[in-house]
Design a binder for this molecule. Structure first.
Ligand code: RIB
Length: 323
């Protein structure tokens, strides 16, 4: 592996409350436990990739407050390059308030804080310093214009971008067609379909057909994650990050999607499992795997993560035994 992974994204402190069940509006519940740990979709994916052997640089922002140390602790320990993380006065480090029920499902409220200050200039400068063999990884937790600027700057330089549009935020269509791959869950895939002009019957269809339709509408490659069922992958023959955005094509002319089932495991906490998946996927692409191979590995990393509490504390390193 020669290239580096540049992750442009959010970093938070995750404040967890464990409960038997989620409270109803207006209800107060006693929790069964809780903790604070580093989180944020960008930082989570950066850590997951580093633990899978990637050389990672992170671009983001924290406040000048005690939470900044908590937010960056695991990235620092894993050797992630943090020289492009701004420490900003007068804003607080991002905070996520997370409730996890006994069946492992969560609710998350994110207060962006310093993450909202990461702007197009900062990310353009970071992308300008990338090498051709590097990969760019983005999520949906920064401002829209920041994310769009990063994708376009990378495309201008022929640098491959992995774009995990989570949480979903509406972006310009060219951004969805420049990424290779777009990584989305089923809900986000349906929203992407709408954005690309596909009808509701396509968005409601089975994941494989939806993935093929997204290619037909111009995406280069797409990974749809299916939680405990794994993931499906669809990609154009010879999809690369350089060149013009994909042109719309009839579904009959497109390669068939591939399915990547997940090992079945006992779920403790699903928080950040999608980030473990995406970070591992990026690490494997950097190591030279093709997309389906990388996804097969990433579903196992995601399955490992759901067996443990928290986001970053649940991520395996290369020595871990994966399910
Ligand atoms: O994907 C999980 C992450 O979402 C949490 O770590 C939280 O910080 C939010 O960004």
């Amino acid at each position: 592996m020669t290239g580096r992974l540049l992750v442009v994204g959010s970093t938070n402190v995750d404040l967890f409350a464990h409960v038997e069940r989620h409270p109803a509006p207006g209800e107060t519940l006693l929790g069964t436990g809780g903790e604070r740990s580093p989180g944020g979709k960008g930082a989570n994916q950066a850590l997951a990739a580093a633990l899978q052997g990637a050389h990672v640089s992170f671009v983001g922002a924290v406040g000048e407050d005690p939470d900044a140390d908590v937010a960056l602790a695991s990235l620092r320990a894993a050797g992630v390059d943090l020289t492009q993380v701004g420490a900003l006065p007068q804003v607080r480090t991002g905070l996520a308030v997370i409730t996890v029920s006994a069946d492992g499902e969560n609710t998350i409220v994110v207060i962006p804080g310093a993450n909202a200050e990461v702007g197009p200039e900062q990310v353009r400068d970071a992308v300008a310093a990338m090498a051709a063999e590097d990969l760019l990884l983005l999520q949906g937790e920064l401002r829209r214009e920041t994310t769009e600027a990063a994708v376009r700057a990378a495309a201008e330089r022929g640098i491959r971008t992995i774009f995990n549009v989570a949480p979903w935020s509406s972006v310009d269509v060219d951004v969805l067609t420049l990424a290779d791959p777009v990584v989305v869950n089923e809900h986000e895939a349906a929203l992407a379909a709408g954005e690309l002009g596909l009808g509701p019957e396509v968005a409601a269809g089975p994941p494989g057909a939806l993935a093929t339709a997204l290619l037909g509408a111009g995406m280069r490659s797409v990974v749809i994650t299916l939680g405990g069922a794994g993931a499906v992958v669809a990609r154009r023959a010879g999809a690369t990050s350089s060149g013009a955005a994909g042109a719309a094509e009839a579904a009959d002319d497109l390669p068939r999607p591939t399915s990547h089932p997940s090992p079945q495991v006992s779920v403790v906490d699903t928080t950040g499992a999608g980030d473990a998946f995406t970070g591992a996927l990026a690490a494997r692409l950097l190591q030279g795997d093709d997309l389906p191979e990388a996804v097969s590995h990433a579903v196992r990393v995601g399955a490992y993560a759901v067996q443990h509490h928290g986001a970053q504390p649940s991520y395996p390193d290369q020595g871990a035994v994966l399910p």
